[in-house]
Write a protein of this length. Structure first.
Lengths: 382, 305
């Protein structure tokens, strides 16, 4: 599929802050594309560049092959759903949705049909004459969606549209947004800091940090094979293990020397050579934990340790294990919690293990990104 | 409710159990007394005096008469009433046209600039109103700087007079009332969510249409206040037309003053004042009625949505 919305070498600075730093990005037609990153990473600026609210200092923006860089917002076939919804408080739901067509001076009867169709889509036909002040958060959100979609934009821009909703409503709206995307088939550019939202909705995600794109890929790709320590740490949680390549005897697998741990085997798709420094990321849920030493199997790494903390989380339990002078977090799901024969407790000696394919070697590692990880609870005297 | 502690206190002072309605009434009693004493009673007195005969010594005679009301039909008065109306309307429109962009700009200015700009709006208040009107008289004087500059540019003839003309009155009235117009509009604009303008632009509106369709309705309360604050005092203007207006720029206020000071006919002055009060109250009552009706139908004028 060819690119539809394209950023080419785009940069934007606000005072001393480089909000967007030489970003190139291609979004395909009909795609649900997410920009994911912490606040201040430049994702909203990217959206505003696409909408025309900001002009880039450098670079161009293309829509369907046309350079739209200099066009004001009203001349672009893109519409935005604002985080605050920005519904017009003095207009009814009907007039809010009909605002775009009315501005475009479309015939009254046509506007009426279009608005009715939209009210049907968001299932709010009975609320058409209410003012935004009389609506709940979720209803406002749906009106904002309808008000944008009625203009049949080429791209729908969504700026953290669910951030103002509570958890249960957010989950409901998430499903609705997904359904609407399927129904209308418009390209969605979705900005969020919530990885769960991005993961569950997106065809592809671009993870942004400090005005740059760290990685672009499908949700599973981003989660399972993060390229940088930032992506690994920002999305989900992980353990970073720092070491060096010892040997690469087997094809595609390497033996690694990691301080304080026994030799670790890991999948090598990076063409690593012996003696190269490496950073390994292993997700907590890939690390198994048990009292007894597990069965020896090829490509299985195991490490003895002592349980330092047990945090029961409901659907699973997190164990902080001290092994070789470092703290490693492991998650365990319970089959039958109350029947587990010998629960793993604080200060128990235990084994943790993971498969060589479940560790992932990062291309880039920054020490600062460790701050994004869950920290073990601090005990008095630690 | 805020009235509860007061109700408790009233009970303690022996007022016995009082209904919610009555406590609310008691709370607003001081305001009601104040307004009655200093607004309602004097206004009613003016209305009453209008039905009294004048006595030859400039005072109020005995008995009742409708003679004064007939005096209102004097031929010159209608012209002046009409002039007062259109000059006040013009002043209101010009003030609004200037205050809207000014209020918008101040509200959108960076925070550290906002206070400086507001200060500039307020600074004229630090000088006496009378002194400022006299300053305009000097500026517009045939030998004054404005006239000379315009004449030098060939925009006005050497014989033209800027003073003593309705235009001079409107100019000085706009100058006087502009800060009062800017402040309520700024106050409304400052609370306005400017993301709504972005939303309107995003939906295809040009900057002007976004201003008209979203910004103006959004600051409606401020606009209504601004209109009242300019239009009502304009109708009653006295000093400005007196100093810069001349005979062709006279307004009702001047006529009332002449009845008092020159003719020493207090009943006629009262009748004129009463007509003016009614003329001011009528639009206010209309707005209030519209508001009350609007609350039912969803159209609200002069109130934040």
């Amino acid at each position: 599929m060819p690119e539809f919305l394209e950023f080419r070498g785009v940069a934007k600075r606000f005072g001393a802050i480089q909000a967007v730093d030489d970003v190139s990005l291609e979004i395909r037609k009909g795609e649900f594309f997410s920009l994911l990153g912490p606040s201040g990473c430049g994702k909203t600026t990217m959206l505003r560049l696409a909408a025309g609210f900001e002009q880039p200092d450098a670079g161009r923006v293309f829509l369907d092959g046309r350079d739209i860089t200099g066009l004001p917002p009203d001349k672009r076939k893109v519409n935005t759903i604002f985080q605050s919804y920005a519904l017009f408080p003095h207009m009814t739901v009907r007039d809010n949705i009909g605002f775009g067509p009315a501005i475009a001076r479309r015939p009254k009867a046509e506007i009426r049909t279009e608005v009715d169709r939209m009210l049907e889509l968001i299932r709010m036909a009975d609320q058409a004459d209410k003012k935004p002040g009389q609506l709940s958060g979720g209803q406002k959100q749906r009106v904002a969606v309808a008000r944008a979609l009625v203009n049949k934009p080429d791209v729908l821009l969504l700026d953290e549209p669910l951030a103002a909703l509570d958890l249960k409503l957010r989950q409901k709206m998430l499903i609705e947004l997904d359904l609407i995307h399927d129904q209308v088939g418009i390209t969605f550019l979705y900005v969020t800091h919530d990885q769960a939202e991005a993961m569950s909705l997106s065809d592809r995600i671009a993870v942004m940090n400090g005005g740059r794109i760290e990685q672009v890929g499908a949700p599973a790709e981003i989660y399972e094979s993060p390229r940088t320590s930032f992506v690994a740490a920002f999305i989900g949680d992980t353990n970073f293990l720092e070491g060096r390549v010892r040997s690469c005897l087997e094809a595609d697998y390497c033996r690694l020397a990691i301080d304080g741990l026994p030799e670790v085997v890991s999948f090598n798709d990076k063409g690593l050579r012996p003696d190269q420094p490496i950073y390994l990321s292993v997700r907590p849920e890939k690390i198994h934990i048990s009292h007894d030493r597990p069965e020896d199997k090829p490509k299985r790494n195991f490490v003895p340790g002592v349980v330092e903390d047990v945090i029961y989380l409901g659907s699973n339990t997190k164990y902080w294990v001290r092994a070789g002078g470092r703290r490693i977090q492991a998650l365990r799901q319970h089959d039958r919690y109350f029947l587990d024969e010998k629960p793993i407790r604080w200060q128990d000696e235990c084994w943790i293990w993971w498969h060589a394919d479940d560790g992932f070697m990062l291309d880039h590692f920054r020490r600062d990104d460790e701050a994004l990880l869950a920290a073990p609870p601090q005990r008095v005297g630690d | 409710m805020t009235t509860r502690p007061i109700r408790e206190k009233l009970k303690r002072f022996g007022f016995g159990p009082v209904s919610r309605r009555r406590t609310e009434w008691l709370v607003s009693l001081p305001t009601v007394v104040w307004l009655s004493l200093f607004v309602v009673v004097p206004t009613l007195l003016v209305f009453v005096v209008a039905f009294r005969p004048a006595n030859p010594y400039g005072g109020i005679g005995r008995g009742w008469t409708l003679e004064t009301l007939r005096g209102l039909a004097a031929p010159g008065l209608l012209t002046i009433a009409w002039r007062t109306l259109w000059m006040s309307l013009l002043t209101t429109v010009i003030s609004l046209l200037l205050a809207l962009p000014a209020g918008y700009t101040i509200a959108r200015a960076p925070a550290r600039w906002r206070n400086r700009l507001l200060l500039l709006v307020i600074i004229p208040f630090w000088t006496s109103f009378l002194v400022r009107v006299f300053a305009w008289k000097a500026l517009l004087h045939p030998e004054g700087p404005v006239k000379r500059a315009l004449a030098a540019l060939g925009l006005v003839g050497p014989q033209a007079t800027l003073l003593y003309h309705p235009a001079a009155v409107v100019l000085v009235m706009v100058y006087t009332f502009l800060p009062f117009t800017i402040l309520p509009i700024y106050a409304a604009a400052e609370k306005f969510d400017f993301r709504l303008i972005e939303a309107a632009r995003d939906l295809g509106a040009s900057p002007f249409r976004a201003f008209r369709k979203v910004f103006l309705p959004g600051i409606r309360a401020g606009v209504v206040t601004a209109v009242l604050v300019v239009f009502v005092p304009s109708l009653g203007s006295y000093i400005i037309p007196d100093l810069v207006g001349g005979p062709s720029g006279e307004m009702i206020g001047n006529k009332i003053a002449q009845r008092v000071f020159t003719d020493r006919n207090l009943p006629l002055a009262s009748a004129l004042s009463a007509v003016l009060v009614l003329a001011v109250l009528a639009p206010l009552a209309a707005i209030l009625a519209l508001q009350r009706k609007g609350k039912k139908s969803g159209i609200v004028i002069g109130e934040a949505p």
